[in-house]
Write a new protein. Structure first.
Length: 255
């Protein structure tokens, strides 16, 4: 545990040292950010499993939201700018890392959604994907809550595909339709104690399941949000069913 803590401190210090370098690298900076996310996953003993074909061009990525850990997992899996609530930009260290990674900060208020949509369009037009969590909050269940539709406008206006992504955390003992018990960060829980609990985990898998991209033509914001929600829900349900069937088959074989 002491060695693991030393590796974490070293990685955080390295991140602080590299922060000023990120803007200087330009369009290749995402590779450095992705490398840092990958090192953080190794320190936390989280193995990444990607099921599906990664996008070749810019897409609007939407995913269910479980924890702050989602940012590290999906930041390593995709070359994408995240959309985050504005207050995170003011968090010590976290805000600096988020800005360096190209995060778009969503300010609440009248007219602010269209402003954020324009920023999303600009990133997509520049050739980089954008990722956001349309539930607007974290949940303890892999099955998502209803999606907010506002930010789907950027995909419709620019005719960029929407890529729904189903995310789940588990180990070999996790029930097939649940997250690992220590993964969810919900109900405004304090970050410190949650990080401390997660830091003690010896083995966890982050399953990133890519759904089929959705062509936004013919959709409005609400129907596109609903289609994305259904795609992730179906992907989670089918994965859970297959896992349960495998467990039953193995149980019979052992008997």
């Amino acid at each position: 545990m002491c060695l693991k803590a030393a590796r974490l401190v070293g990685l955080l210090l390295l991140g602080i040292v590299l922060l000023p370098c990120v803007p200087l690298i330009g369009q290749r900076s995402w590779k450095l950010v992705r490398w840092w996310h990958g090192r953080m996953l190794r320190v936390l003993n989280v193995a990444l499993e990607i099921d599906g074909e990664l996008p070749a061009g810019p897409v609007l990525i939407v995913a269910n939201h479980c924890s702050w850990l989602d940012i590290i997992v999906l930041g390593h899996a995709f070359n994408a700018s995240f959309v985050s609530k504005a207050e995170i930009g003011g968090w010590p260290l976290v805000g600096a890392f988020a800005r360096a990674a190209g995060t778009l900060f969503l300010t609440r208020g009248a007219g602010k959604t269209s402003e954020t949509s324009e920023k999303i369009r600009a990133v997509l037009d520049a050739g980089r994907s954008v990722l956001f969590f349309p539930e607007g909050t974290t949940t303890a269940d892999p099955m998502p809550r209803r999606f907010h539709a506002r930010l789907f406008a950027a995909a419709i206006e620019g005719e960029y595909p929407v890529l729904p992504v189903a995310l789940r955390y588990c180990d070999d003992t996790t029930p097939a339709d649940m997250h690992h018990a220590l993964a969810p960060w919900v109900d405004e829980a304090a970050l410190g104690p949650h990080f401390k609990d997660l830091f003690r985990v010896h083995d966890m898998r982050a399953q990133v399941r890519l759904c089929a991209p959705i062509d936004p033509r013919g959709y409005d914001r609400r129907s596109l949000a609903e289609a994305s929600y259904l795609a992730i829900s179906h992907r989670q349900s089918m994965a859970a069913i297959r896992a349960q069937r495998r467990a039953m088959s193995q149980s019979r074989s052992a008997a």
